[in-house]
Design a protein around this ligand. Structure first.
Ligand SMILES: Cc1ncc(COP(=O)(O)O)c(C=O)c1O
Length: 415
């Protein structure tokens, strides 16, 4: 199998498997005071420090969660409740903060969390539109921030998981810092592909306490760590209302016995990624550009989504995203799978029914375009041979998917 779906999840790195295997043999609950517990705690805290170092923060600012989705939920709901309640200071000011500012095209971890807050907590959503390459419209955001006293929080992706567009995080961090509003960034798709340094970003954007970039979500399985552990980076100056109550672990922000082995593996993967970030990004970008050139040569009608200029500067190095007019993305996916190549349509499949990508729709594309989408994502195990295999399988899969698309359209005209 040629695996080109690294944005969904990427194989565990050998260092992470080794660290996890060794740590699974460590006995002791890190909250216990006996020496076995303390040994587990040392390994856990050392792992936290190592993950923190790859994100430019201190260990105390890293809250381990069960996955990226939980980190995003904790950031958004936690900031919302914290900003709304009297514990944030003045009750009237809290009550006025009903708006959550969120760009279009976010991941469902964000969209569904925000929708839940609208339905159950009376939140108002302010959607920031995207431009044609998928970047949020800074001018619209800036206008919304004029009314900062009504904003609970701003949340955004560092990079879009479907089309790979890197967002203007520094500019948004600066605008929110100036407006005195907290910003959460979902960096799950970006972590391991672009440098992330939270402390220097807070410094360069002159973030005051509790405002600007205060929270950032990451997930281990996207960088070669295990599934089942993520982290929320929470600046010391910020507070969130916890979602899970219990033993008071992790500064009471996220109770529950922590998974030491997963944390150790997360740390090993994070360090390995950080040590060769630039080289890996360069290598992936070269493979990415080979895929892009090869697809355009094989299927000239294919349309690249996201940043497409020569030397595209706001595209993740591992992301390729095309629309194939006249084809269903799902047909292409199944045909390529049958040919031994794993790719993705990039968008969610709701109850087995493929949905046109909400990201492409937000970028102003047609529904037909959004239905013919295919995402090819590269990662640390990708090679030139993988690219060759994909490009060899594509023409036949495309021809067959185009025939199926034509037949489906003919049938719908007959009806
Ligand atoms: C941008 C983004 N946010 C959130 C998530 C959810 O992370 P997890 O799979 O760790 O729950 C993903 C995973 O696909 C993602 O790409």
């Amino acid at each position: 199998m040629v695996y080109l779906d690294h944005a969904a999840t990427t194989p565990m790195r050998p260092e992470a498997i080794e660290a996890m295997t060794a740590a699974l043999a460590v006995v002791g609950n890190p909250s216990s005071i006996h020496s076995a517990g303390q040994q587990a705690k040392r390994l856990l805290e050392e792992s936290r420090e190592r993950v923190a170092a790859t994100l430019g923060v201190d260990g105390i600012e890293v809250v381990f969660t069960g996955n990226g989705t939980e980190a995003v939920n904790l950031a958004i709901k936690g900031l919302w409740w914290q900003r709304r309640t009297a514990s944030a200071g003045d009750a009237a000011a809290g009550a006025a903060r009903r708006r959550i500012v969120v760009p279009a095209g976010e991941h469902h971890a964000t969209l569904d969390t925000v929708d839940w807050l609208v339905e159950h907590e009376g939140a108002d959503v302010v959607e920031i539109p995207l431009d044609a390459v998928g970047r949020l419209r800074l001018d619209v955001l800036e206008r919304e921030l004029d009314d900062a006293s009504t904003i609970a929080l701003v949340t955004m992706l560092w990079a879009n998981n479907e089309v790979g567009t890197i967002q203007p995080v520094e500019e948004v961090a600066r605008l929110t810092a100036r407006a005195g509003v907290p910003l959460h960034v979902d960096a799950i798709a970006a972590y391991g592909q672009v440098p992330i340094d939270v402390r220097s970003l807070r410094r360069s954007t002159e973030a005051p306490r509790g405002a600007g970039l205060v929270a950032l979500s990451v997930s281990a399985h996207k960088i070669g760590g295990p599934a089942g552990i993520g982290a929320l980076v929470l600046d010391r100056s910020a507070a969130v209302e916890p979602l899970i109550h219990g033993g008071g672990q992790q500064r009471k922000v996220r109770s529950g016995t922590q998974d030491v082995a997963a944390a150790a593996a997360f740390a090993a993967a994070a360090e390995s990624v950080a040590a060769r970030l630039d080289d890996d990004a360069e290598r992936m970008a070269a493979l990415r550009d080979r895929v892009i050139d090869g697809v355009l040569e094989a299927v000239p009608s294919a349309r690249l989504s996201g940043d497409a200029g020569p030397g595209a500067s706001v595209r993740l190095p591992g992301n390729v995203h095309f629309s194939f007019p006249g084809c269903e993305g799902d047909s292409l996916l199944f045909l390529l799978d049958a040919a031994g190549v794993a790719v993705s349509t990039g968008s969610a499949c709701q109850a087995g029914v493929p949905e046109p990508s909400h990201v492409l729709m937000a970028m102003g594309r047609t529904e037909a375009d959004a239905r013919g989408a295919l995402r090819i994502t590269l990662g640390h195990t990708s090679t030139d041979a993988d690219v060759d295999a994909f490009l060899a399988a594509l023409p036949a899969a495309h021809a067959q998917a185009a025939r199926a698309g034509l037949a489906a359209r003919a049938t719908s005209f007959d009806r």
